[in-house]
Design a protein around this ligand. Structure first.
Ligand code: MOS
Length: 747
């Protein structure tokens, strides 16, 4: 009972699924077995735009073990209207439909699915399929499409348009004593979770399907499949118990889900379809952007003008949108602000949310420009941020539910040793390396989404908490166990979370950093209802020591309900339930955004990122010996998994700063570096010391738990802090991300 003595919330707690993960028992979607399972391998197009004239599949058919080859000519029946194909987070437009026709709209589009009784046979047969294409004109180069950028006519649900201009930013800019304007480019990045997309669709007979699917939302995938195939609600069940990362790519159903289910329905067999690492580069991506940021200040460094214009890539078929420039209107106090955001259509798959979508790129440009401005003004970059601190959201005029950003600046600066920084670029050295210190501000939304949960307490003192959330590596399993354990005063081992199943209580996709706040609060609400019920029964017991107690006067501790002021007056959960003749108590919990509060308040997570870099002067090699990320994220449920989230975000930020870049041969319209050999995500050798600081932040409005969420804030500001440190080290400003050696040496 040792662990029941302490509170679990706020305590660094090992992942409750950790043992399953490291022993390989935590199965991913493509690891589930099924009787007589068939294997599907996708054949991808080799052109970016055009039509299939003829598909040569005869040789593939002769491969022993091949059961069927699906193409646009024999694809199974599916819905006809776009709206039936629109998933929970779909942008406006025409959602992609695999094998829908002979038309090719992006490189790597599926043109056939080979289904065989072994993966090897399917892969062998797939390699024998060839297509004869008629190629149409295409463009995959954002620069060439910038002149055709447009304001998306229909907004994507949940994505705010840039705010209306305020003041007169142009005049203020032209009249300011200090100003800076710069053009930034951030290349497209691709999601590279360790687990590749996979679906194992188990054909249960009687038309029922159990679908093991890599997704960030089992219910989102369930309703997609139901609407695309016209299934009854109970025909398909989607399970994603464990997910090996996703970073946003699992927010939308990917091509393998449709193909596995289609083949399963057509063949009345269980079918698994997985994507290869290369095929992972042909699904959504973080769109490349061109951004111009213009900033001006008065003589004291007070901002008098902010202008931020962004052009981002989308596809021809959908208007993918994210909030890129909006942050520039709210992060600093300024009366004259003008922000624009436009899209340009490329012949690619539709871009897709990727960790801190919009903020990760928009704030990179803004925070680099702030750094450049600090040299113009002749003021310390950190000081410039502090001088311009915004105490309310100036885009909306609303108050922050909390904003402990100044504490982030203070603690982060102390941890990196900001005071040793000499203002002049190229003024710090260690041996043959130039040393630089840079920093940036970060912010991300703190959402509370509508979510539901169920709590089930059994007479043996075991608690099960369920909600259709997902754990994409974020620690959801663990925090839900912690919440349940504290609510009922149980050891964490007595709590079984149940997530990753479309049959569980309603949940949004796991995204936006909202799961801890939303599903966590729903679980807490369900547990609270169990406490109330249990207490009611405890009071009613004959000779109850709690008969005259109010609910506020008791606590749940070590498997007992007792008076706070007199712990001796207590009853065990088991005796209460036994006396009431109950085997179990089951209660529901719900949360939804507080509309009334949202009229006055906004909620954001804040951070300050500090980077130290070393740059080899001759070779241009950048090392990052140290990054400090100080975050204000409300209440921290689990310092251990919370820290891991920030570490992961910072690592991805380092990837954005130095490594990650989709290289497309625009003559062919093809991504060329579609594997881990050539698309470089940071490896251990690229990562040194990352220090994570959580500053204290009490927030009783952001969510019932006081939690803000941490999945995304770690990436925001990191690339800018690194870029700014590189400038401080070298005096060379690279505005084209990633900052690779060639750019640094050529500049
Ligand atoms: Mo996140 S990009 O909402 O998974």
């Amino acid at each position: 009972m040792q662990s029941a003595e302490l509170h679990h919330i706020g305590r660094a707690t090992n992942r409750v699924d950790g043992r399953l993960k490291v022993t390989g028992q935590a199965k991913y979607a493509a690891e589930y077995a099924a009787t007589d399972l068939l294997y599907g391998v996708i054949v991808s197009s080799t052109i970016a735009s055009g039509h299939i004239r003829k598909l040569y599949i005869d040789r593939a058919r002769t491969v022993p073990g091949v059961v069927e080859i699906f193409t646009h000519e024999n694809r199974g029946k599916a819905a006809r209207l776009d709206r039936s194909w629109r998933d929970e987070v779909a942008p406006p437009g025409h959602p992609f439909r695999p094998l829908n026709s002979d038309r090719i709209i992006f490189d790597g589009q599926p043109i056939a699915l080979v289904v065989a009784d072994s993966y090897e046979a399917a892969r062998d047969a797939a390699s024998l399929i060839h297509a004869d294409y008629r190629v149409d004109a295409y463009c995959t180069e954002l620069e060439r499409k910038r002149s055709e950028a447009y304001d998306p006519p229909e907004k994507r649900s949940g994505i705010p348009a840039p705010p209306e201009p305020r003041g007169d930013a142009e005049t203020a800019f032209s009249q300011a004593p200090h100003r800076f304007s710069g053009d930034y480019r951030i290349n497209a990045e691709h999601h590279n979770p360790m687990e590749m997309f996979g679906t194992t669709c188990v054909y249960e007979g009687d038309g029922k399907l159990t679908i093991y699917e890599k997704t960030q939302g089992p219910q989102a995938s369930q309703s997609y499949v139901s609407s695309v195939f016209g299934l009854k609600g109970s025909d398909a069940r989607v399970i994603n118990r464990y997910v090996g990362g996703a970073f946003g790519s699992g927010l939308r159903p990917q091509q393998q889900l449709f193909l596995a289910v289609m083949a399963s329905i057509e063949l009345k067999r269980s079918v698994r379809v997985t994507l290869t690492r290369t095929q992972m580069f042909h699904i959504g991506y973080r769109p490349d952007t061109y951004q111009t940021v213009s900033l001006a200040t008065d003589g004291n460094g007070q901002l008098t003008s902010i202008m931020h214009d962004a052009v981002a890539a989308t596809s021809h078929q959908e208007d993918y949108q994210e909030a890129v420039v909006n942050w520039s209107g709210m992060m600093y106090h300024c009366d004259n602000v003008k922000l624009t955001y436009a899209l340009a259509k490329l012949n690619t798959a539709t871009p897709c949310d990727m960790r801190a979508p919009g903020a990760a790129v928009g704030i990179t440009a803004l925070e680099c420009a702030m750094d450049e401005l600090s040299y113009e003004v002749g003021i310390d970059p950190l000081e410039l941020r502090k001088v311009n601190f915004a105490s309310k959201d100036e885009n909306t005029g609303k108050m922050f539910t909390s904003k402990a950003l100044l504490d982030c600046y203070r603690r982060g600066a102390a941890a990196i040793g900001w005071s040793r920084r000499k203002p002049q670029p190229r003024s710090m050295r260690a041996g043959h390396e130039l040393v630089g210190l840079g920093m940036a501000t970060g912010t991300w939304d703190a959402f509370l989404m509508k979510a539901a949960a169920k709590a089930r307490l059994t007479a043996d003192g075991k608690l099960e908490v369920s909600t259709a959330a997902s754990d994409i590596g974020t620690g959801t399993w663990t925090i839900l166990a912690q919440i349940g354990a504290d609510a009922l005063g149980l050891p964490i081992e007595s709590v079984t979370p149940n997530i990753g199943d479309s049959l569980l209580p309603e949940s949004p996709v796991e995204g936006g950093s909202w799961t801890a706040a939303s599903n966590g609060s729903a679980v807490q609400a369900a547990c609270d209802a169990v406490r109330q019920t249990l207490f009611k029964h405890a009071k009613k017991m004959a000779n109850s020591p709690l008969a005259d107690s109010g609910f506020e006067e008791v606590e749940f501790h070590a498997g007992r309900i007792g008076r706070k002021d007199d712990p001796g007056r207590s009853l065990s959960i088991a005796e209460v339930m036994h006396a009431a003749d109950l085997d179990e108590i089951v209660e529901d919990g719900k949360v939804s955004p507080n509309a009334r509060q949202m009229r006055k308040y906004v909620s954001y997570t804040h951070s300050a990122v500090f980077a130290e870099v070393r740059v080899d002067e001759e070779l241009g090699i950048v090392r990052i010996p140290r990054i400090v990320c100080a975050a204000a994220a409300g209440r921290i449920l689990n310092p251990k998994t919370a820290r891991s989230q920030i570490l992961g975000g910072v690592v991805m930020g380092i990837g954005m700063a130095l490594h990650e870049e989709a290289m497309t041969d625009h003559r062919l319209g093809k991504i060329m570096n579609h594997d881990f050999a050539e698309y470089h995500v940071p490896a251990h050798a690229d990562i040194a010391d990352i220090e994570v600081i959580f500053v204290d932040e009490q927030d009783d409005k952001v969510s019932p738990l006081g939690v803000k969420g941490l999945g995304e804030i770690g990436i925001v500001g990191t690339a800018a802090a690194v870029a700014n440190a590189i400038f401080h080290a070298t005096g060379t400003r690279v505005r084209d991300f990633p900052i690779t050696i060639d750019k640094l040496i050529a500049a």
